[in-house]
Design a protein around this ligand. Structure first.
Ligand SMILES: *Cc1c(COP(=O)(O)O)cnc(C)c1O
Length: 369
């Protein structure tokens, strides 16, 4: 038998979450953000579930090429634009829209022999100070870009730094309004958090860019849970118990003996460790499901194994199903946001970190309506 760990990708959940995000932004078109190999779900698998999106937003030309090879003829947006002048040829060939966030990208375009003029989105740095033209430089950048024969249309984009937090979007949104006021072109603004919390209508945008919510995580956890937002997990990481041990009071578990039983207890050893992408920082109390029953990790996470408390799961034995996050085969759900919180991180990082050695399967049926 092979090592029993699998990441299940639920295309039905992706479809459901896409429909949910459309309800949050009924008047906008939706870019499904599939950067980082679709947040670890795999581009081809994500495409299965998300092909009803209006377009796909990602980073690398190679990923855009894969998407075209899968048959996608609709819009694709390179959200950071091209990384060098040569990539503009691929943009022409693959008909990619691309962000323009700096002077160099404008110069590359001005020198490019375009087969057909490109559609671009000019990026405003509205306060996050990561990428984009400052409000003071925005209008002249727009004028230069719009005048290029290589350019068919110029849209406007910016990115919110704290849509899910206490700062909200108000200051960045008004900076965007002022910078783009009166300029023609589509507005592409909201991420998942801004779309769910503030609505695209309120923000007045033509396109939203939804990522994390499509994969079933609440962008503003713990204020809201995925359940509150009616989002379903698109990824379930499951393994099995390799063994069950009976501990006497005072016995310890794992490297460093960091856990010691206060009373007699049963523990299970599972076939998942940090080399599978499970965070080592989730040792000592992160939630986990055994046979669909909620329990917790104990002691340190090893490279290939981790220990769980099965004292209150009397049926647990070698081979029992363990769900690290997502849904159990029986449909019990452990939100990835809760595991991420226990590990001191966010769901994005867990999804992206699932290791190449973990086999991935498509699980169409769970969650089909
Ligand atoms: C990743 C990203 C998004 C999507 O953000 P989520 O929080 O996953 O919805 C949107 N816009 C830009 C520019 C991004 O980099």
């Amino acid at each position: 038998m092979t090592r029993p760990i699998t990441a299940h990708i639920h295309t039905g959940a992706l479809r459901h979450n896409l429909a949910r995000m459309r309800r949050a932004a009924p008047d906008a078109r939706l870019w499904a953000v599939i950067k980082a190999d679709a947040y670890g779900h795999g581009i081809a698998r994500a495409y299965e579930g998300l092909r009803a999106a209006d377009g796909f937003a990602l980073l690398e030309v190679q990923e855009a090429e894969r998407l075209r090879a899968l048959g996608w003829r609709g819009p694709i947006l390179l959200i950071e634009g091209v990384f060098d002048a040569r990539e503009l040829e691929a943009c022409s060939r693959l008909q990619l829209m691309h962000a323009v966030h700096c002077e160099e990208q404008i110069e590359w375009l001005a020198a490019h022999h375009a087969q057909a003029p490109h559609s671009v989105f000019l990026k405003l740095n509205s306060g996050m100070n990561r990428l984009g033209f400052t409000p003071g430089a925005y209008r002249s950048a727009y004028a230069r870009l719009a005048a290029l024969p290589q350019v068919a249309s110029v849209g406007h984009m910016t990115h919110f730094a704290d849509a899910d937090g206490t700062s909200g979007i108000a200051a960045q949104w008004s900076a965007f309004q002022r910078a783009t006021d009166g300029l023609p072109g589509e507005r592409c603004v909201c991420n998942s958090a801004a779309t769910l919390l503030h609505g695209a209508g309120e923000a007045g945008c033509d396109w939203v860019r939804a990522g994390i919510a499509l994969y079933g995580s609440a962008p503003d956890f713990p204020t809201h849970s995925a359940l509150d937002w009616e989002l379903r997990p698109a990824m379930s990481l499951r393994t099995q118990l390799l063994s069950v041990q009976q501990l006497a009071a005072g016995e310890a578990v794992g490297y460093g003996f960091t856990f010691r039983a206060e009373a007699p207890m049963r523990i299970g050893t599972t076939a998942c460790g940090y080399a599978d992408g499970y965070p080592r920082s989730a040792g000592g109390g992160a939630p986990v499901l055994v046979d669909g029953v909620r329990t917790r990790t104990i002691g340190r996470i090893s490279m290939d194994m981790l220990a769980v408390d099965v004292t209150d799961v009397p049926q647990a034995r070698m081979g029992s199903e363990v769900t690290l996050w997502g849904a159990s085969a029986g449909g019990a759900v452990l939100p990835i946001d809760e595991v991420a919180q226990a590990a001191g991180t966010i769901s994005y990082e867990l999804m992206c970190a699932v290791a190449p050695r973990v086999p991935v399967v498509l699980d169409e049926d769970l969650y089909t309506e």
